[in-house]
Design a protein. Structure first.
Length: 347
């Protein structure tokens, strides 16, 4: 009995790795072989544009995000394995902490300092290993059905690594697994996934790094919109910053600041100044409230409440998670090159 348990343990370690050293993507190929017929049968999946996915070399897949079911849909319908960076909370249960990495999800803790830099380095190393990395440019699932403004982290990663971006348009998964539902329901109507024409970062030669990131991001979101027919929103889908971010390697947070002034403009400027006194940088994300009242002296008083994107810098860098990619050998760590490239390029 003891020999059998040891044999099973060794087999599990060889296939899926350990808690500290998961073997990412070890089961991606059998998962695709089994999963593709199932999504076609139970969810009537319509797959378009597979010829746009590069047959070899690194690539970044950038889908819109309607449902948790988007990730397994992309993984099972792609002609090549796709590795997603996901929240570490998904791996808390015994059922998922080995399964999710094995089918192609790298856990990243979002609540630790410098998590975005760890995610960026991890994604860069996967691309250097010739893998396809899946990143949602919206950062999180849409709650209103709109296609929200894309974050520039996808473009930042493409410019650093030279990997093309494959926009992906998904339709119908919000019916299969709405937000808050634990399991996908079959037979909820047809779902469709479309792989768009690759966007090559080398074609963006003009302007500074910030302008090029924004141009690439705009083109990615426009391509997704053309495949999904979603209504566009100029707002981000969440105040919480995504795992992969453009700009500097500082940690960005959304903070709220209020201030009074002689006018709304004056009050807003004082609110921004309040953020800059507390943080290393503060930029306006949205105006949350503008109020006007008559003071005790009979004069008008203006108040502005702003949501600011604030940055708290620090010298400590995170230690990226240890990753072993199945059937791939990493050429070298790109942490040093990523940091050197990103210095001095504010978002």
């Amino acid at each position: 009995m003891a020999k059998l348990e040891t044999l099973l343990h060794d087999l599990r370690v060889s296939v899926v790795g350990t808690d500290d050293d998961p073997r990412v993507g070890a089961l991606s190929r059998p998962a695709r072989l089994i999963g593709r017929p199932l999504v076609k049968l139970f969810y009537r999946a319509e797959i378009r544009g597979l010829h746009h996915v590069p047959l070899i070399g690194p690539a970044i897949m950038s889908p819109n995000h309607l449902s948790f079911f988007d990730t397994p849909l992309v993984m099972t319908t792609s002609p090549r394995p796709v590795i997603f960076l996901g929240k570490a909370e998904y791996m808390n249960s015994k059922a998922t902490k080995f399964l999710f990495p094995a089918i192609g999800m790298v856990p990243i803790k979002r609540d630790v300092a410098k998590a975005s830099m760890a995610a960026l380095i991890t994604a860069g190393e996967l691309l250097e290993a010739g893998q396809i990395v899946g990143i949602y440019p919206e950062g999180t699932r849409t709650r209103d059905g709109y296609l929200h403004r894309g974050h520039s982290g996808v473009a930042q990663l493409a410019l650093m690594t030279g990997a093309p971006i494959v926009p992906v348009g998904i339709v119908g998964t919000e019916r299969v697994q709405p937000i808050g539902q634990s399991f996908p329901k079959p037979f909820q109507g047809r779902v469709r996934i479309s792989f768009g024409e690759p966007i090559y970062p080398q074609r963006y030669q003009y302007g500074g790094s910030r302008k090029r990131r924004q141009q690439i991001t705009d083109d990615v979101m426009a391509s997704i919109a053309s495949m999904t027919s979603q209504q566009r929103s100029s707002d981000f889908s969440s105040d919480r910053p995504p795992l992969i971010r453009g700009g500097s390697e500082s940690v960005y947070l959304i903070t709220s600041h209020k201030a009074d002034g002689l006018s709304w403009r004056h009050a807003a400027e004082r609110a921004v100044d309040d953020g800059r006194r507390t943080y290393d940088d503060a930029r306006v994300g949205e105006v949350r409230a503008l109020t006007c009242r008559i003071g005790t002296n009979g004069e008008l008083e203006f108040q502005a409440e702003l949501a600011l994107s604030t940055r708290l810098s620090g010298p400590q860098q995170p230690k990226p998670p240890t990753i072993r990619v199945a059937a791939a050998t990493r050429s070298r760590s790109i942490a040093t090159r990523l940091i050197a490239t990103k210095k001095g390029t504010p978002e």
